[in-house]
Design a protein around this ligand. Structure first.
Ligand code: COA
Length: 257
């Protein structure tokens, strides 16, 4: 199974483990992560959730083969897709979620960090949201949250040009808490998650709910609007050219569009 889960010392760990495909996320993997998050939310023994990847790679984002062959449905149908369910579970998780970004975090790999509470990044990691370069649009409220975090101009570099950025830049622009040497990122993130064992869980949950509440409605609206466009764009000739170019290991050619 390419998602490994475990509950140890009050921390529910979700480990993305498909290194042969750079931890690209398939529908089955989203479902497994969604179930793990829902279970963590219900389990009284769990005080925090830790999401991590493999050395050198957090995740290369959605499996591009899946995007081509099995794109999530359009309109209201898309709200039932495994990726939507996963993000809904992440948004609904009222326990602290800590991310240990062990390496590259691309596409939804970076988007999901916007919805985590603590993000620790390996000094070797690169982050990127190359949706537009793939003929797509930003997803899961990144078009709202990224400009809010860093201002429109720096967001434009990341969301319109899809420029990758370093772990230091991720901290500087507010996506991450700290940069750590690659070997220390996971143990450090785990120690931070374990700190919640010593805190009152009811107060932690209510505080997290309160911190998220003011933006919740707006975020859900944006997620719906992005989802509609994303679903259409996945089926667009621009996206097809980008996906085929990826597998043919060449630069995409958008000159005809
Ligand atoms: N979906 C499907 N397969 C993927 C993938 C993805 N998102 N990312 C990597 N893979 C596969 C490659 O096709 C390759 O498969 P192969 O060995 O059968 O040819 C394998 O994983 C290794 O990837 P490769 O590109 O050779 O590794 P790399 O170390 O040179 O580069 C990345 C790593 C992550 C920088 C690069 O794979 C990449 O850019 N991936 C796509 C990222 C992306 O655009 N994600 C979607 C965002 S919406």
């Amino acid at each position: 199974m390419s998602i490994k889960t475990a509950v140890v010392d009050g921390v529910a760990t979700i480990e993305i483990a498909r290194p042969e495909k750079k931890n690209a996320l398939t529908m089955a993997m989203y479902t497994a992560m969604s179930e793990a998050l829902d279970a963590a939310r219900e389990d009284k023994a769990v005080r925090a959730v830790l999401i991590t990847g493999q050395p050198g790679i957090f995740t290369s984002g959605n499996d591009i083969e899946d995007f081509m062959q099995r794109p999530p449905g359009q309109g209201s149908e898309s709200m039932d897709s495994p990726v939507f369910r996963f993000m809904q579970s992440l948004l609904a998780c009222d326990k602290p979620v800590v991310a240990a970004v062990t390496g590259a975090a691309i596409g939804i790999g970076t988007t999901m960090l916007l919805h985590c509470d603590f993000v620790y990044v390996s000094d070797e990691a690169r982050l990127a949201m190359p949706f537009v370069s793939l003929g797509l649009v930003p997803e899961f409220a990144s078009s709202l949250l990224v400009p809010q975090l860093m201002g429109h101009r720096r967001a434009a570099e990341k969301l319109l040009l899809g420029d990758p950025f370093s772990a230091e830049q991720a901290v500087e622009c507010g996506i991450a808490n700290a940069v750590l040497p690659a070997s220390e990122v996971l143990p450090y993130a785990r120690r931070m998650a374990e700190r919640f064992n010593a805190l009152p869980p009811g107060a932690v949950r209510e505080a997290k709910q309160l911190m998220r509440a003011p933006q919740r409605e707006q975020m859900l609206q944006v997620i719906r609007a992005e989802g509609e466009k994303f679903g259409k764009r996945l089926r667009s000739p621009e996206a097809m050219e980008a996906f085929q170019a990826f597998f043919q290991k060449r630069k995409p050619d958008f000159s005809a569009f």
